[in-house]
Write a protein that binds this ligand. Sequence first.
Ligand code: PLP
Length: 481
Amino acid sequence: MDGSEFRHWAHRASDWSADYLDGLSERPVRAQTSPGDTFRQIPAEPPARGEAMAEIFADLDRVIMPGITHWQHPRFFAYFPANASPPSVVAEYVTAAIAAQCMLWQTSPAATELETRMIDWLRQLIGLPEGFSGVIQDSASGATLAALLTAREKVLGGGGNRDGLAPHPALRVYASAQVHSSVDKAVRIAGIGDRNLVRIPVAGPLHGMDVAALDRAIAADREAGLLPCAIVAALGGTSVGACDDIAGVADIAARHGVFLHVDAAWAGSAMIVPEYRHLMRGAERADSFVFNPHKWLFTNFDCSAHFVRDPKALTDALGIRPPFLRTLGQDGFVDYNEWSVPLGRRFRALKLWFVIRSYGAEALRDMIRAHVGWAGELAAAIAAEPDFEIVTAPILSLFTFRYRPSGVPESELDRLNAQLVQRINDDGRLYLTQTSHDGRFVLRFQVGATTTTRDDVMSSLGVIREIAGACRIADLQPSAA
Ligand code: PLP
């Protein structure tokens, strides 16, 4: 492709993208294809000769788009958002064209220096104190892994990297069952082992860790000769938005000298709004804190902001400097590859710069405030419906509910609600997902997409009511048991 062809197809891509975004609300939110529908249409073997871009573009619409679930759809209420606001998409496009590999300061000084600045803008926006520095990781999973590796090497004085874990007592990590499975994964990858992830029970309206139980668990482990290594606190757990009492947890972490990492992957973005910041009280005493602008701060995946109080502890755990990465006297700044697991790094700071500058902090705050407000309004409207119940009250913009028509026995409600969420998603006007809470099958509802309006949220109730009315016990699949 020569320069003029590139210009032509790049314009075509931007027109295609603008048309796509303009027409989003007409599409079903969740892909309506069956397993294998897309796969069968893709030739089993690669083409021997290049094909025309016009044909490739035509196949994008014909083959690929029917199998896409539209995360930017205004009625996407499933999982958590993965926002791509227009300024962020523009920045991603430019980033792809520059295609800098930002592993060292020298491999693109502007990328490193912008990253340092953007991390500090985010720190200020969410109200973490000065003294935290940070890095943009590829994912919250990557940040949590980096945090646990740091905690491991801190508690072992570098002995894990040096000797492996065999010579050392078992390391212990503490978290509630409300933390995301990325914590379980990090515990495995860090060599700590599933059995050393100690689950602390939760209590209270925010489903937070029982801090006294945490204290007892750490003391008992020490007594037994085990090595308390890290606590992972949830700020906005994935299932129902659980928030630990971070200040209480930080007291225990300090008392026992245990590393504290806070996973605020989703809810962290809401901390730019001062009214919600009480949820992160105590986070200023954490060792490590992650949140994903790629969820709720209108910035394309991937973009995880990972803050640390002691960057040297992180680079001691992860930094390796082979001769081929030496930069011979030109380094004026940090080399961010030493702060993360992968060596290669995309230029992720640029999209944050575009997003934060083009919206400004006040507009970003207002968007999040609106999402939280509409989720609260919808939850109140559902609570007023005779055949529905709110199971967990809104935490920021996430709540759970279930259909509970009179006369249906409790034993049938899980299957009835499973049928309901499936029918809602087959219908396509909305997209919701489910979770299990206290042994009950419940529907999650979260508000967070860039283009969502109050009407998108409030009109969902009519759709849910209509589809629920068509769910019949008689149609239920027999239970798997
Ligand atoms: N933590 C929480 C609370 C999450 O909800 C998620 C994903 O939804 C993650 C961590 C993992 O995020 P990532 O996909 O950035 O690894």
